[in-house]
Design a protein around this ligand. Structure first.
Ligand code: ZN
Length: 403
């Protein structure tokens, strides 16, 4: 009996250690890159980081040989992964690798075609069926119709012409066309996307494809005057493909990848491609129809990040972290307990002798509407400081009048 308990203990510990090693990740992602007309050296590590942040993915990067290298040596074992991210726009893969990829998807593997992923492989029939629509690479009417929206109607346009175009980079509004799809469910129907290329004139077979979001390609920005497909889902065999045209990378990544709309739809699309469902929460900083939202280091800020920065704030600096704190409080506080959690954290900054006075002024302004008895004694203490007296007394007056 004693031995059994001992073995059981060892077994439980082993399971625990193995789970911990995997970081609790449920799905394995492989990012394919190494050749692209885009800055894949900046985009692929960012995509990896963004997947890891979900806590449900492990992620690896597979680099192809450089252009002109021996493509026969490029043979990733797709079957080991739940989702393959295509950050690749380069030379054809070997017939063997292509066949393995088709087999992987047919058997239920997930794929995400990211930005110029839909420029790739213009002559590979199966790949074009997987992505639904593509652009550039000599694509024309021979590859399938243009597909876009006019008002509420999807248009399948067989007109002759080249595939793929975009105007100047700008912020633009994205409109969800299916708010019940797992990827878009819970998102606002419209939101402003960060500065990016708006892909247009995509054409292809479009089989088993649904356009789940579009954006109006404004002629004033060099666009087509049509509502162009931005996010698509395709079924191929038992496999699921999520196609995002978003996320043009600069040398350092840049605004298209910093956009919370890009990050969130990419994370959700990858989970859907891997599993057919989406379990991730909508982040509090998701953009709205009123404006875009960026994460400068691609990471969701924590309350601690906001308060640390506010502690060091002076009026020459951006109020980004204060704005972030404000939207966090507004979106995450439903009950008095929720407000109290924020208030207690803010009081700690008010009581911190080394926190800046400018930072404390911002917090006093916020506490004047959302504070309670929790902050009164800390604010009274600040009222003794001539530099903070006005703001502190204003906050106390508002707090006592709201009772
Ligand atoms: Zn681009």
């Amino acid at each position: 009996m004693k031995n059994l308990v001992k073995y059981l203990f060892v077994f439980v510990m082993l399971v625990f250690v193995l789970t911990a090693c995997n970081g609790g990740a449920s799905y394995k992602a492989l990012i394919i890159t190494g050749q692209n007309n885009h800055n894949w050296k900046s985009s692929s590590p960012i995509l990896k980081e963004v997947l890891l942040q979900t806590g449900i993915f492990s992620a690896e990067i597979a680099k192809s040989p450089e252009k002109g290298g021996d493509m026969n040596s490029f043979n990733p074992d797709f079957s080991k992964y739940n989702v393959i991210i295509i950050d690749y726009n380069g030379e054809s893969w070997s017939e063997k690798t292509k066949a393995a990829f088709v087999e992987y998807v047919k058997n239920g593997g997930g794929v995400v075609s990211y930005h110029a992923g839909d420029n790739s492989f213009p002559d590979w029939k199966e790949y074009n069926e997987m992505i639904g629509l593509g652009g550039w690479g000599g694509r024309s009417q021979k590859d399938g119709p243009y597909v876009y929206y006019k008002g509420d109607k999807m248009v399948i346009d067989t007109a002759a012409g080249s595939g793929g175009a975009h105007g100047k980079r700008h912020e633009f509004e994205i409109k969800a066309r299916n708010v019940e799809h797992p990827i878009t469910k819970g998102l606002p129907q419209r939101w402003v996307h960060g500065t990016d290329e708006l892909y247009a004139k995509l054409r292809g077979p479009g089989k088993n494809m649904e356009i789940i979001a579009t954006a109006f390609s404004d002629t004033a920005k060099g666009g087509t005057g049509r509502d162009e497909p931005i996010l698509m889902v395709v079924n191929y065999g038992k496999g699921r493909i999520f196609h995002t045209t978003l996320g043009h990378p600069d040398k350092e990544g840049g605004p298209a990848l910093q956009c919370v709309g890009f990050i969130t739809t990419f994370q959700r699309g990858a989970e859907w491609a891997a599993s057919g469902k989406v379990t991730q929460k909508i982040p509090y900083d998701f953009p709205t129809a009123a404006g875009s939202s960026y994460r400068l280091d691609y990471k969701e800020l924590t309350l601690e990040d906001d308060l640390n920065k506010i502690s060091q704030y002076d009026i020459t600096k951006s109020t980004k972290y204060f704005t972030d704190l404000q939207s966090r409080i507004r979106k995450e506080s439903k009950t008095a307990d929720d407000f109290a959690k924020f208030e207690k954290a803010m009081v700690k900054v008010l009581e911190n002798k080394s926190a800046s006075e400018d930072g404390k002024k911002l917090l006093l302004r916020e506490l004047s509407w959302m504070g309670s008895d929790i902050s009164v004694s800390a604010i009274k203490e600040l009222a003794k400081n001539p530099n903070l007296k006005d703001e502190a007394e204003f906050a106390l007056a508002r707090l006592s009048s709201s009772k």
